[in-house]
Structure formats: structure tokens, C-alpha cells
Design a protein around this ligand. Structure first.
Ligand code: GRG
Length: 318
């Protein structure tokens, strides 16, 4: 099966799983529920839930579990019916896939607010605050962030695994992860961060949720501590590659292709990887970080789709 076909299957599966955990839009507080769903539905690439699935499958495969691989050399998967995980597996990992996309979406909602990047375009449509107003935009981010934990707690995995995974989700989203990175990013906008500070921002603001996706997928599949550590290392490299590519796209892409306003880094006076290393070197760095990540994945036995996905992201257009 061609990579693009697999990517479609994975994306649709991740998307359907995420959407199945969204709240019903009803009650006096319906507006906030609409704003939450608006922020999550449509347009997102669903990379983090897909990476979580891949990590889950990688560990399962390593354990020679009886469950067939999601996508691989294996032919046992019921592709025809778009069924990539067993119903029982979906109950284990589905709530965390949705929770991850909710947290990620909540960060995009807050990142677009007038007090942050002041962006009106996201995923090819009006950003949440531009559509629902600044008050509802702020609340929608808050609500999604917390609904994420409410959703994760629905997992039917063993309670010790659920607890571990929720802790990772909280740690990597909060001050020890994404919020920490965003803090330094905001404080240093318009100033010149050192390379070390820039790396801190990228590893946390962008890398932390990717890290959490890999770690949670592995934990739910019953990985040992050293396996979780190897995947964490892979994720750190992917996070770096992903954010540097984001910097490149901000300079080389268009609003239409990217689905958000390009040129915002320069407008805000942001120092990015390109400021330090230029376009050509940055492109090389994306490749190098990606290859390091692929190597880590191979240390655990490899995963065909995941490796293809990582290499595909090197040249991603949005
Ligand atoms: C809500 C807990 C919480 C924190 C908010 C504002 C903020 C703190 C953090 C900002 C984090 C941020 C926006 C990082 C950029 C990461 C990045 C490159 C996002 C784009 O991810 P894609 O390309 O987006 O996967 P899609 O739209 O495809 O999902």
C-alpha cells in the first residue's frame, strides 16, 4: 500500500476517534461547547494522535502481542473497513488520542489570542477568538484543556497505566513542558535568545506534546521504562525538526497553503532557527533531526508507517 493511502487511513481513523469524544452542543452553556468543537473539528493534521497510535503499535509489535499491527508489512488489518485498532484497543488509547488533540487545539486557540500572536486565521478558517470573540476564545481554550483530562480518564487501560499516562499529559502540557516553552518564547519575542534558549523553546513549546504522544502510546501498550525513554528521545528530535520546518514555512509558504498567516515571525520580531542558521542549513537540520528520530525508532524494531511519516514531514507543506 502506498504511503499516501496509509496516511489517509491513519488520519481518518485518528480524526474519527478524536471527534467521537467531543462534547454535545447543548444546554445554557452551548456557546462554549460550539467554540470547543469548532476549534478541534476540521483542518488539523492529527499528527499527535497518529504518533500515539504508532508508538502503541510499535511496542505491541515488539512484545509479539497477538493483536495485528495497525499498518505494516502485516496484511491482517481490516483496511477495507477502515478499522485500524480493535474495539478494545480503541477504548484503551482512544480517550488519550482525543485528549492529546484537545490539549494541542487548546494551545492553538490560546496562541492565536490578541494577547499572544493576535492571529485571525487558523487551519484555513477564522481563529476561535476571531469567530467567537476574545472572551469565548479564552474560555474555549480553558475548557478544552480541562476536557482533555476528563476524556483521558475514560480510558479502560489498567488504572496504573492510566495514572502514569495522565501524569505525562499534565507534565508535558504544563510548566514543565509546553507552557514553560511558550513562556520563554513570549518573554524573548523581540529580543535575541541564545541558541540554547531557542532549543529550550522548541523542545518545550513544540516538542513536549510530541514527546507526550509517544510516551503515552508506549505506556498504554505496556512498555518498559527504557523503551519509553528511547521513544522520548525520538520525540525530542521530531519536535526540533517539526518546529524548524514550521519556521521555514513561515518564510516560504502562503496563507492559503499553510491555513494560517505567514510572515508572522518577522512581523513580531521573532528570532527563529533561520535567523541563526539561514534557510539552507535549517533545511539540513530538519533532515538530520528526523534521521536521528528514525534511528531511535529502529532501536525498538522499527515501524514502517511511522518512519515514512517522519520522512514525509521533512518536506511538509502545512
Ligand atoms: C492551553 C495548556 C495550554 C497552553 C497554552 C499558547 C500556548 C500555551 C502554547 C503555544 C504552543 C504552540 C502554538 C506551539 C507551536 C506548535 C506547532 C508548530 C503547532 C502546529 O502544529 P500542527 O502543524 O497543527 O500539527 P495542526 O493544525 O495540523 O494540528
Amino acid at each position: 500500500m502506498e504511503f499516501k493511502e496509509k496516511l489517509n487511513l491513519y488520519t481518518n481513523f485518528a480524526n474519527n476517534t478524536v471527534c467521537s469524544y467531543l462534547p454535545l452542543e447543548e444546554g445554557y452553556h452551548r456557546t462554549i461547547l460550539e467554540a470547543m468543537n469548532y476549534s478541534v473539528i476540521n483542518g488539523g493534521k492529527r499528527l499527535r494522535p497518529m504518533m500515539m497510535m504508532a508508538a502503541f503499535e510499535l511496542i505491541r509489535k515488539k512484545r509479539n502481542a497477538e493483536i495485528p499491527p495497525i499498518v505494516s508489512d502485516g496484511t491482517e488489518v481490516d483496511f477495507a473497513h477502515g478499522k485500524l485498532l480493535s474495539d478494545d484497543d480503541v477504548k484503551v488509547i482512544g480517550p488519550f488520542m482525543a485528549a492529546m488533540e484537545m490539549i494541542h487545539s487548546s494551545s492553538l486557540v490560546h496562541d492565536d489570542l490578541p494577547c499572544m500572536d493576535n492571529d485571525t486565521l487558523r487551519r484555513g478558517k477564522l481563529s476561535t477568538w476571531a469567530k467567537f470573540g476574545e472572551d469565548m476564545g479564552t474560555l474555549a481554550g480553558d475548557a478544552l484543556m480541562l476536557y482533555s483530562f476528563e476524556t483521558a480518564a475514560k480510558s479502560t487501560a489498567r488504572s496504573d497505566a492510566v495514572l502514569k499516562a495522565i501524569r505525562v499529559l499534565a507534565e508535558k502540557s504544563g510548566v514543565s513542558g509546553m507552557v514553560g516553552g511558550q513562556t520563554v518564547d513570549v518573554e524573548l519575542t523581540g529580543k535575541k535568545p541564545s541558541r540554547k534558549q531557542l532549543e529550550f523553546i522548541y523542545r518545550n513549546k513544540t516538542g513536549a506534546l510530541i514527546e507526550a504522544s509517544f510516551m503515552i502510546g508506549a505506556i498504554l501498550a505496556g512498555a518498559a521504562a527504557d523503551e519509553v525513554e528511547t521513544l522520548k528521545e525520538a520525540a525530542l528530535n521530531i519536535g526540533m525538526a517539526f518546529q524548524i520546518r514550521d519556521d521555514i514555512l513561515d518564510v516560504t509558504s502562503t496563507n492559503e497553503e499553510l491555513g494560517k498567516n505567514v510572515g508572522s515571525d518577522a512581523e513580531e520580531g521573532k528570532v527563529t532557527w533561520l535567523t541563526y542558521f539561514g534557510l539552507e542549513q535549517s533545511e539540513e537540520d530538519v533532515k538530520e533531526y528526523t534521521e536521528k528520530a528514525v534511528e531511535d525508532v529502529r532501536k525498538l524494531g522499527g515501524h514502517e508507517f511511522l518512519e515514512e511519516l517522519l520522512r514525509y514531514l521533512v518536506d511538509r507543506k502545512n
